[in-house]
Design a protein around this ligand. Structure first.
Ligand SMILES: Cc1cc2nc3c(=O)[nH]c(=O)nc-3n(C[C@H](O)[C@H](O)[C@H](O)COP(=O)(O)O)c2cc1C
Length: 394
């Protein structure tokens, strides 16, 4: 029996991940930012939403099938981009993409991943979306976007909620940064996790050396221990664009023929603007509580954004999905589908592709049970009348 067989929910997968990963890597995945207010609020708000049982009804044929951008999906779920999947498992993003393909849901590859987009396009199968962080040199970003289009990526998901970078103090305490800065603390952390060291880092070394941000433009493609002092601004990060406008959306619209999504929308006026600029979908997201610590939970702003959008584009929501019932709650509040970040990443860290498949199937099973309890057999029929004393009704 594998460890995965003893995992009965996402929290169990998280526990396995916690044991397997060096603390720096685990905390990077698990924690939020500053005082962890937005992270805990994401989870608490989700818990506070209560659903009403519907009884004496037909629940003999509950189906989770969904339509995402006019194509069938096994459930209303897509895998969110997570930049460090490649440290959770060797080529973790490849494992996640294969799991998503097996489970019949779309997968989003993060800009900061360690597996080339070509490998996913050629070998992973399934529906692939590409996430973009825009660089100051906008030509670099356009290059990545065009490459994603050439490789047949179905959607481009532009993440816009990064401000001036996140203040994740735990990373500094743990000696964890990207690029990875090796110091005594992070070295000991790795050495006391020999399985991770050999199965993840060891495999990278056998296959060409330290993991790299292989989808970055050439000039930024340093190994994850890249020598920061060589960067012009000496910051352990790439130079992300800090001067953005809706013209950038128009440019992306022009150069990317597939679906265009904006991730990190939290206000109805921004959602309305996105519609004006021909965007196909938005992800209401506070980045899993990892960026602005004073952000509300996305489900708190979901109903008013859904009202503003009024069916004119697809609305996804993420941040705080840990149970299938959370997906039902998001749909009841008006989302078309959700993105899962940590839930499937814990699965990947616990067992690669098999662990990610396990995470998705747990969410699926829990969602199906919840739909039976509320007496709804189809995802399109999930409505806000299943929410008790809707705390988000304004
Ligand atoms: C370890 C980690 C890395 C992430 N990296 C990215 C990224 O590179 N790009 C991005 O748009 N979002 C990134 N996110 C945010 C996720 O896409 C998603 O918004 C968030 O995880 C949702 O919250 P949840 O983890 O509670 O499901 C990351 C999240 C985690 C946990």
């Amino acid at each position: 029996m594998s460890q995965l067989d003893h995992c009965y929910n996402i929290a169990d997968l998280r526990n396995v991940a916690k044991k397997r990963l060096p603390r720096g890597v685990f905390d990077y995945i698990d924690k939020g930012t500053e005082d962890m207010m937005s992270l805990s609020n994401n989870l608490n708000v989700m818990r506070e939403i209560k659903l009403l049982n519907k009884v004496i009804t037909d629940i003999s044929d509950v189906k989770l099938d969904a339509n995402i951008f006019d194509r069938p999906a096994a459930m209303p779920l897509a895998i969110a981009p997570t930049g460090t999947a490649g440290l959770a498992w060797y080529e973790g993003e490849f494992e996640l993409a294969k799991a998503a393909a097996r489970a019949g849901v779309p997968f989003t590859l993060a800009t900061g991943s360690n597996t080339p987009m070509e490998k996913l396009a050629n070998e992973a199968g399934g529906r692939l979306w590409m996430q973009l962080y825009m660089w100051k040199e906008k030509d670099y970003s356009d290059e990545l976007v065009k490459k994603a289009a050439r490789n047949g990526f179905e959607a481009l998901l532009w993440t816009v909620d990064i401000g001036h970078g996140a203040n994740r103090e735990h990373n500094l305490r743990n000696g964890f940064a990207t690029p990875y800065v090796l110091n005594t603390k992070s070295l000991i952390d790795m050495l006391i996790h020999p399985v991770w060291l050999s199965c993840v880092m060891g495999r990278y070394f056998l296959n060409g050396g330290m993991p790299r941000h292989v989808n970055y433009p050439k000039g930024y493609q340093m190994p994850i221990t890249g020598n920061v002092s060589k960067l012009e601004d000496k910051k352990p990060t790439t130079k992300r664009a800090d001067k953005l406008s809706w013209d950038d959306v128009d440019r992306l619209r022009d150069i990317f023929p597939g679906k265009l999504l904006i991730k990190g929308i939290m206000r109805p006026d921004d959602a309305a603007e996105a519609i004006e600029h021909g965007v196909d979908g938005i992800v209401i997201s506070n980045h899993g509580g990892r960026n602005m610590d004073s952000a509300p939970a996305p489900v708190q702003v979901l109903p008013e954004i859904v009202r503003a959008v009024n069916g004119k584009m697809t609305v996804f929501v993420d941040s705080g999905i840990r149970r299938g019932s959370d997906i039902v709650k998001c749909l009841a509040l008006g989302a078309d589908a959700v993105l899962a970040g940590r839930a499937t990443l814990y699965g990947t860290a616990a067992g690669g592709e098999a662990g990610a498949v396990k995470a998705i199937s747990l969410l699926k099973d829990e969602m199906k049970r919840t739909m039976a309890y509320i007496g709804t057999q189809r995802v399109t029929e999930i409505d806000d009348d299943v929410i008790w004393n809707n705390p988000l009704n304004s």
